[in-house]
Design a protein around this ligand. Structure first.
Ligand SMILES: [Zn+2]
Length: 143
């Protein structure tokens, strides 16, 4: 499966993801940044916040995911539907934790909705493996 060709629009989104990565670096974090784009607008953006928060799960993708959920609440949208129609732009290939989360959120069925600037050959197998995993059949109940 080949990643899609980068259009000018995609390059612009990726530039913004790199700005997030620079912000991470400027703040003493591993320089990873990402954007989540839905309906041609940014609904989530994230950069690593692991050192600031002393929370090893605060990777760029997880930070952006929380923002998307907040955006959905503010805009009266269902997060499932929004995530299913969201494109992720991320500066490096997601780690195994984030890849698993992206799969559960249905962002990662194909590379058409997961635009990665830099592939790490050691991680690629993990990402593709997750993209092939069946999704759990349970659904979360609304509280
Ligand atoms: Zn991660």
């Amino acid at each position: 499966m080949e990643p899609p060709e980068m259009t000018e629009e995609m390059k612009n989104w990726m530039d913004k993801a790199f700005q997030m990565a620079q912000d991470a670096l400027d703040n003493g974090e591993v320089p990873v940044g990402c954007l989540m784009v839905h309906d041609n607008q940014i609904v989530g953006r994230g950069r690593n916040e692991v050192n600031e928060t002393k929370n090893a799960t605060r990777h760029a993708e997880m930070v952006a995911t929380d923002q998307v959920i907040d955006w959905c609440k503010k805009n009266g949208k269902g997060s499932k539907e929004v995530f299913e129609d969201t494109i992720l732009y991320v500066t490096v290939e997601p780690c195994i934790m984030c890849a698993g989360a992206l799969r559960l959120l249905r962002i990662l069925p194909t590379l058409q909705r997961c635009i990665i600037y830099s592939f790490d050959p050691l991680r690629t197998l993990t990402l593709f493996s997750f993209s092939l995993c069946p999704l759990p059949s349970h659904t979360f109940k609304k509280s």
